[in-house]
Design a protein around this ligand. Structure first.
Ligand code: SAM
Ligand code: SF4
Length: 322
């Protein structure tokens, strides 16, 4: 079992498969970064898998593939199958913008992917274009439909932004409700890479918008999930709110992040990170596991997104995987 320096059980590994992306979301990557990590610096799927096996043996029970845009990596289904074949009961999930999903959703499901979170910030084509930097909506909706048809469990991620899509909170909620997909509203997290004029919405403000139409009941955080769950009164439908600005957000943190270049990151905000790349490429998995233990021992108690401190992260979401 993996335990961090604050006694928290860590059983969730998020792997960013690439920092590259085919979108330029205003809150994440409004401009193409000055330089991309050269492809040869990325860990190959074979190298990643060596580490994944060791991490599973140490107690990792849940893996999420993210990015950048994970569907840009060739042979993604083969990597998923490698993990699935090693541990079929692993909770294997992915977060994607959905743009390339329609053609591959069934292959990913067949390979062993169980769950998928798809980002959807607007149901209006022109708005979706403004937020993502290109005309994306039709393909994203096709991707969502294909994922459902393939039998994947689908959740929808929305980042509400003042003056951009804040009037669509209920629309997106109902889009999810009608299709039996949980919507998770994510508070905008300030970071230096985002478009500087953006104004996020506080969790309370997001809930206020929903309460204008629905009565809601608190359920709470379930296990170590970052989402606080709510139910629409007199209905079965449950939605989530991810509110990292809230003081209790980090108490049950169970996750560790691995970047495409092989850096293990203990927390989204903190800049500390250690690379397992040399160890993995040299075939020294014991050393990679030692590095994992060191990173966990130094995992910070909490992030720094408190309102009082009002700090913006220098970490790029497209690098850490959000
Ligand atoms: N490209 C994929 C996607 O967009 O779903 C996966 C990577 S993306 C970094 C993962 C999640 O982080 C997405 O749901 C995205 O909306 C969210 N995200 C990115 N930047 C964010 C920010 N500044 N604040 C809150 N959420 C953010
Ligand atoms: Fe790309 Fe996802 Fe970042 Fe949007 S949020 S720019 S889709 S990595």
């Amino acid at each position: 079992m993996l335990i961090d320096g604050h006694g928290r059980k860590v059983n969730y590994l998020r792997i960013s498969l690439t920092e590259r992306c085919n979108f330029r979301c205003q809150y994440c990557m409004p401009e193409k970064p000055f330089s991309w990590v050269p492809k040869e610096n990325l860990l190959s799927f074979e190298e990643l898998f060596k580490f994944v096996k060791a991490a599973i043996d140490m107690g990792i029970e849940k893996i999420r593939l993210t990015g950048g845009e994970p569907t840009l990596r060739k042979d993604l289904d083969k990597f998923i199958k490698m993990i699935y074949d090693y541990k079929p009961d692993i909770d294997l999930a992915m977060t994607t913008n959905g743009y390339l999903l329609a053609d591959i959703a069934q292959d990913l499901k067949n390979a062993g992917l169980k769950r998928i979170n798809i980002s959807l910030d607007s149901l209006r084509p022109e708005r979706a274009r403004i937020i993502a930097g290109k005309d994306v909506l039709e393909r994203v909706l096709a991707g969502i439909e294909a994922a459902r048809q393939a039998g994947l469990k689908v959740k929808i991620n929305m980042v509400p932004l003042k003056g951009l899509n804040d009037d669509e909170i209920v629309d997106i909620l109902e889009f999810g409700k009608e299709r039996g997909m949980q919507v998770r509203f994510i508070e905008y997290m300030e970071n230096v890479h985002a478009y500087s004029a953006l104004k996020g919405m506080h969790g309370k403000e997001i809930l206020e918008r929903i309460k204008e139409k629905y009565e809601i009941q608190k359920i709470g955080r379930q296990g170590s999930s970052p989402a606080f769950l709510y139910r629409l009164k007199n209905e079965e439908y449950v939605f989530g709110l991810i509110d990292p600005h809230k003081h209790d957000f980090c108490e049950s943190c169970n996750r560790i992040r691995l970047t495409a270049e092989g850096y293990l990151i203990p927390c989204l905000y903190f800049d500390e990170a250690m690379s397992i790349k040399d160890a993995v490429q040299a075939g020294d998995i014991d050393k990679a596991v030692d590095i994992l233990k060191t990173v966990l021992a130094n995992k910070p108690k909490e992030n720094r997104w408190s309102e009082e401190k009002n700090e913006a992260s220098s970490r790029a979401f497209y690098e850490t995987g959000g």
